[in-house]
Design a protein around this ligand. Structure first.
Ligand code: LMR
Length: 335
C-alpha cells in the first residue's frame, strides 16, 4: 500500500516536472505569492523583495505575482489552495499549520523563547531545520523561516497581572496551544482570520488580542485597543512554504536560483524584522492612541508562571525532543 502511494507520488512529481519544463518552452513559470498582511510589514517586504530579485535575475523564466492583505486567499483557505496548486508560495504564521503537523506548535508555547535571537538559533539548528520537512506528506514543503516578532498583549483594559485578563475574550490564531494559553489566565478566546481582527476588536466581539508591533500598527489595532502590555510572551514567525510537487517540478537550475534568492531574501527579512517592529512600536507610542505598559520583572514572571503549564499539556503532541531542543537556545537555559 505504502509503495503504491509512493509510486503514485513519484509519477505525479515527474508529471509536474514535465509540465513545468514544457510550460517553460512557451511562457515563464508563474509563482503566485499570497499573504494576509500589509506590504509594510516584514513579510510584506519579503514578498516584494522576492518578486524584485526574481524579476532581475530570472526575467522571462519565472514571473511572480504578490497578493497582500488576503486579496487572493485568506487564512480560511490559503493552505488548501497551496495544496491544490492554485497558489505557489505562502508564508503563514507557524500557528496556522496545526492540521498538518503538531510539531510546529512548539513555536506557540508561551515564554519558551526569551527573544527573537533565541528563536533564530532554534530555527537554524538541526531540529528547527527538520521541522521544515514535517509536512511533506501533505504536499507542503518548507523553504525558510521568516521572522515577524515577539507578541504583545493588547486589550480594552490594562493588563498588568494575569488576573487582569480574567473574563476577557481574546482573538487567537487557529492554535490549540494559544487557546490553552488564554485559558490559563481565565480568559476566553475566539479563532478568527487575520482579516477580521480589526472589526472584531472595534465591535467588541473580542476585547483583546496578541500580536507583534508591526501587525498592531499596520492593522491600526492600537486605535481600538487602549492598552498594550509589552509581554513578549511568544513569537509570531512564518514558514515560507510551497506545494512540494510544484516546487520539485521546477527545472533544477531554475529551482537552485530561486532557492538562492530565497536565502538572500530570508537574510534581509530576518535582519530587519526586529528593527521594523521597534519602529512600529515607537509609532504606536507617538500616536498617543494606546498606552504601552512596561511590565516589571515580577509582573512578567507572574504571566510566565500562569501560562507555563501549557508546555506539559502539549508535550505529548509536540514531542519532548522538540521542546527540549527549543529550551537550549535561550542564553540562560531554564527548565
Ligand atoms: C495572525 O493571524 O495574527 C498572523 O498570522 C497574521 C500574519 O500573517 O502575520
Amino acid at each position: 500500500m505504502f509503495n503504491t502511494v509512493r509510486v503514485m507520488a513519484i509519477c505525479a512529481m515527474a508529471f509536474a516536472s514535465l509540465s513545468a519544463t514544457s510550460a517553460l518552452a512557451d511562457e515563464p513559470i508563474l509563482i503566485k505569492f499570497s499573504h494576509v498582511v500589509a506590504d509594510a510589514t516584514p513579510k510584506g517586504q519579503g514578498a516584494l523583495l522576492f518578486k524584485q530579485l526574481v524579476e532581475e535575475r530570472l526575467a522571462g523564466k519565472v514571473k511572480v505575482e504578490v497578493y497582500p492583505n488576503s486579496s487572493l486567499f485568506g487564512d480560511a483557505n490559503e493552505l488548501e489552495a497551496l495544496r491544490n496548486n492554485d497558489v505557489q508560495l505562502l508564508a503563514p504564521s507557524l500557528a496556522k499549520f496545526e492540521q498538518y503537523t503538531k510539531q510546529l506548535q512548539v513555536f506557540d508555547l508561551p515564554f519558551l523563547f526569551d527573544d527573537l535571537d533565541a528563536v533564530n538559533r532554534f530555527q537554524k539548528r538541526a531540529k528547527g531545520r527538520q521541522l521544515l520537512r514535517s509536512m511533506e506528506d501533505h504536499n507542503i514543503v518548507g523553504l525558510a523561516y521568516w521572522h515577524n516578532g515577539m507578541k504583545q498583549l493588547s486589550a480594552t483594559r490594562a493588563l498588568n497581572m494575569p488576573g487582569d485578563a480574567n473574563g476577557l475574550s481574546f482573538r487567537i490564531q487557529p492554535s490549540a496551544v494559544l487557546e490553552a494559553q488564554f485559558g490559563q489566565v481565565g480568559a476566553n478566546s475566539q479563532k478568527l482570520p487575520f482579516s477580521e481582527v480589526f472589526k472584531a476588536l472595534q465591535s467588541g466581539q473580542v476585547q483583546g488580542a496578541e500580536n507583534p508591533w508591526s501587525n498592531i500598527y499596520s492593522q491600526k489595532l492600537h486605535e481600538v485597543q487602549p492598552f498594550i502590555s509589552e509581554t513578549n510572551h511568544g513569537v509570531l514567525d512564518y514558514m515560507l512554504v510551497s506545494n512540494s510537487r510544484f516546487w520539485y517540478g521546477i527545472p533544477h537550475q531554475i529551482r537552485m536560483e530561486l532557492e538562492a534568492i530565497i536565502d538572500e531574501v530570508t537574510y534581509v527579512v530576518n535582519k530587519q524584522a526586529e528593527a521594523a517592529n521597534q519602529a512600529d512600536r515607537q509609532r504606536i507610542v507617538d500616536s498617543g492612541r494606546s498606552q504601552v505598559i512596561n511590565l516589571t520583572a515580577e509582573q512578567r514572571q507572574a504571566w510566565r508562571d500562569a501560562m507555563r503549564p501549557v508546555w506539559e499539556q502539549f508535550q505529548g503532541q509536540i514531542g519532548s525532543d522538540v521542546i527540549k531542543a527549543a529550551q537550549t537556545v535561550n542564553r540562560k537555559h531554564r527548565e
